[in-house]
Design a protein around this ligand. Structure first.
Ligand SMILES: Cc1cc2nc3c(=O)[nH]c(=O)nc-3n(C[C@H](O)[C@H](O)[C@H](O)COP(=O)(O)OP(=O)(O)OC[C@H]3O[C@@H](n4cnc5c(N)ncnc54)[C@H](O)[C@@H]3O)c2cc1C
Length: 368
């Protein structure tokens, strides 16, 4: 299918956001020839841990337990911006593919037989039309707004501060895994390793202004709580995020579709936002191709909305909200439940299928 991508930036985004690729996402990228270069640029992480600030290690899980269900029984830690470049290199030069930079979509409309977008480029407005439109334009999606599709849900009062440091936590936290979530009723955080850096993500629940929270002093105060006796970290960068849980009222309106953050946003606990977006893209692209070639009728496209929207609500939204509540829950209940899962191979298997998002993909298939 001929595809034109309109990108508002002058280049592909470098923003430091998603970094965790789950096993089934790697399986999908493998089918597209994109998993191997990603793995080469990233870190292969077979295990992840839950810790509590009070007691240290609560449980460690190894994706080897679900090697029967995936060709990639591990997470890969690698920045989203590297995947975008890998995919672009694969597509570049293909006669059916075009990427236009500095092209901001301002409005979208449709008739029974086609779609049209208004693009702003170098201060001028242009109109472009096609048979289908995919809004993959992030959380503030102009496509979603223009089509009047509601973005239902809520915004947490807490913010999330991401602090990157070249400091080597392996040196000072014995037995640490590259992905470690640390529960605490006052202030949870998690540590994620990416090539060359660690990223520490902290809950910020105080009244402090955004400016105050983004100072070196505030970042150092948070980091000093990670390992007793270690302070004055070298900080590569800090970024503050608002945290939302929202899902578009529909992922399909006529000939227009929403995927990725344009369709759903959630807190980053469990690393499901980008992964869910890639699952949307793969699901939709396969269906559009069938309809384009005349191998299926429009009912095929309804399945995209049914499967991906329900799975987003039932699974991604539910478990990311649950993950946040677990990490900030007082008492030992969460720690005890992790320990009992880790002690039982059958429950560990089910649990890993769920956290790796394989269960959500099985559920999508069941929805037909
Ligand atoms: C700190 C943090 C950590 C995260 N970690 C993870 C993780 O480990 N794993 C995970 O799965 N998810 C994670 N997420 C979520 C993840 O970052 C997002 O789900 C993901 O970036 C969404 O990708 P996207 O392509 O849908 O949207 P975006 O990455 O927002 O891309 C949208 C693109 O559209 C362009 N655009 C926007 N508006 C227009 C317009 N009007 N016209 C033309 N172009 C436009 C933008 O320039 C951009 O290139 C994390 C999020 C945060 C904040």
């Amino acid at each position: 299918m001929p595809v034109t991508v309109f990108e508002q930036g002058s280049t592909l985004s470098e923003e430091s956001r998603a970094s965790t690729f789950h096993p089934p996402t790697l399986d999908m990228l493998h089918a597209l020839g994109a998993a191997e270069p990603l793995i080469k640029q990233g870190l292969v992480c077979p295990t992840f841990q839950y810790r509590t600030k009070k007691h240290g290690l609560a449980a460690e899980f190894d994706f080897a337990a679900i090697a029967d269900a995936t060709g990639h029984p591990y997470r890969v830690q690698c920045e989203q911006s590297k995947l975008t470049r890998i995919l672009y290199e694969q597509m570049r030069g293909h006669p059916n593919f075009e990427l236009q930079y500095d092209s901001t979509v301002k409005a979208a409309s449709q008739t029974g037989s086609g779609v049209a977008v208004t693009i702003e480029r170098n201060g001028r407005s242009e109109s472009r039309s096609g048979r289908y439109l995919i809004g993959a334009d992030g959380a503030s999606s102009a496509v979603r707004r223009s089509l009047g599709i509601e973005f239902e849900g809520f915004t947490w009062p807490d913010r999330l501060l991401v602090i990157s440091t070249p400091f080597d936590f392996f040196e000072v936290i014995p037995g640490l895994a590259s992905v470690s979530y640390v529960a605490d009723p006052e202030r949870w955080y998690f540590l994620l390793q990416v090539p060359g850096l660690w990223r520490a993500m902290f809950l910020v629940n105080e009244d402090a202004t955004d400016e105050r929270v983004q100072t070196q002093e505030f970042a150092q105060m948070l980091m000093a709580g990670v390992v007793p006796g270690i302070a004055n970290y070298e900080i590569a960068h800090t970024t503050l995020y608002k945290v939302h849980q929202r899902v578009a009222k529909t992922f399909k309106q006529g000939r227009a579709f929403l995927i990725g953050d344009a369709a759903h946003i959630n807190n980053p606990l469990g690393g499901m936002g980008m992964n869910g977006g890639i699952h949307d893209a793969v699901n939709l692209a396969a269906r559009l191709a069938k309809v384009w070639r005349g191998e299926a009728d429009d009912a095929e496209l309804e399945r995209f909305d049914r499967q991906r929207r329900l799975v987003t609500l039932e699974y991604i939204q539910k478990y990311t909200i649950q993950n946040k509540k677990n990490l900030e829950s007082p008492g030992d209940e969460f720690r005890d439940s992790l320990r009992s899962i880790a002690a039982d191979p059958a429950r560990t298997h089910d649990y890993l299928l769920r956290v790796s998002m394989i269960t959500s993909l099985h559920r999508a298939e069941e929805l037909g």
